[in-house]
Design a protein around this ligand. Structure first.
Ligand code: AVI
Length: 320
């Protein structure tokens, strides 16, 4: 029959990660509904996140990059030359060159779960630092990682910018910090970025911008479900919500159904009433003492920290 559509050739149906499928199905069956934020970052989501980092309301990237370039001399003095710099979740980081230029590392080891991003960012850095050995590792940094032989015996500096730690609840953050000690070894140092607690009048717009880029980033999760999980979620029946949760000191992102909806995901039926939500992200903020307590709980002792004049964001140097 010529009218029969040749579905696989016409659709860009990507092979879904079984863990994505499991998290979506479990997350929609749970109450409250929640899907882990790590699933935002498919190709489209990663591109939208890059756009977020340029938004006027989204201060963290700008402030952290300025802190790194302003204080790289002080950081270099405390860190000393000849370390292997190990970056956790390197993505397409624009902050790394500031650090590498200052600390004169013996090697750079970017760790990322996305091989594509790793290859792209490693190639870009190699052009700027032709003499620096770059040893990319494709891995999930949430667990201890065997570091490459190439950096055996070198002292290490872990680099974890972007306030990514804020996307984890305290227990997960502490587990990650301890995994970093295992990966890097005792005697290592860690340079970590953490976003500060501040007025919701600044925080909420940073996660609900006027141009709607963050809304598109959040809603892309539903598009991804439709693309990857053979689903028919009516994305236009959802809206982006960003709220400040003062008890947990975090900005939360949710997707709220604007009318009663029914949809199918890999053959399973789901219903949501108007006003019901899916919790998609936490972004925890840390006061100065909170940040130090978290690091100590994760087996790191803070030794120096740098903040901007408005105390918006902190870069903290710690040792294991
Ligand atoms: C990647 N992470 C640190 C960002 C944040 O600020 O929590 C993710 C993000 N979500 C919305 N805007 C940015």
């Amino acid at each position: 029959d010529l009218a029969e559509p040749i579905a696989p050739a016409l659709h860009d149906r990507r092979a879904a990660d079984p863990a994505f499928r499991a998290d979506v199905l479990a997350g929609l069956a749970a109450r409250p509904r929640a899907i882990p934020a790590r699933w935002f970052y498919d190709r489209e989501g990663s591109e939208l996140f890059e756009k977020i980092t340029d938004l006027p309301e989204y201060y963290p990237t700008r402030v952290e990059t300025a802190l790194l370039s302003r204080h790289s001399g002080d950081i270099a003095k405390l860190v000393g030359p000849g370390r292997a710099v190990v970056e956790f979740g390197s993505g397409s980081s624009t902050k790394t060159p500031h650090l590498l230029a200052a600390v004169e590392p013996a090697a750079y080891v970017p760790i990322d779960i996305s091989g594509d991003f790793l290859r792209e960012s490693s190639a870009a850095l190699a052009a700027d630092f032709p003499k620096l050995p770059i040893v990319p590792v494709e891995a999930d940094f949430m667990h201890p990682i065997a570091t490459p032989d190439r950096i055996a015996g070198l002292p290490r500096l872990g680099f974890f910018p972007g306030s990514t730690i804020g996307n984890m609840v305290a227990r997960t953050a502490v587990n990650l910090l301890r995994a970093m000690v295992e990966t890097l070894g005792e005697g290592s140092m860690l340079l970590i970025g953490m976003d500060r607690v501040k007025s919701p009048d600044v925080l909420v717009p940073a996660y609900d911008d006027a141009q709607g880029v963050t809304a598109a980033f959040n809603l892309n999760l539903l598009h991804r479900i439709n693309r990857d999980l053979d689903a028919d979620v009516p994305v236009d029946a959802f809206r982006h919500r960003a709220i400040w949760n003062d008890v947990h000191a975090r900005v939360e992102m949710h997707l709220e159904a604007t009318r009663d909806v029914a949809f199918t995901i890999v053959g399973e039926q789901y219903m949501m009433a108007a006003g019901e939500t899916i919790h998609t992200e936490n972004s925890h903020k840390y006061g100065p003492r909170d940040a130090r307590v978290l690091l100590r709980a994760g087996a790191w002792e803070p030794i120096a920290e740098w903040t901007d004049e408005n105390d918006q964001f902190a870069l903290i140097l710690a040792e294991a």
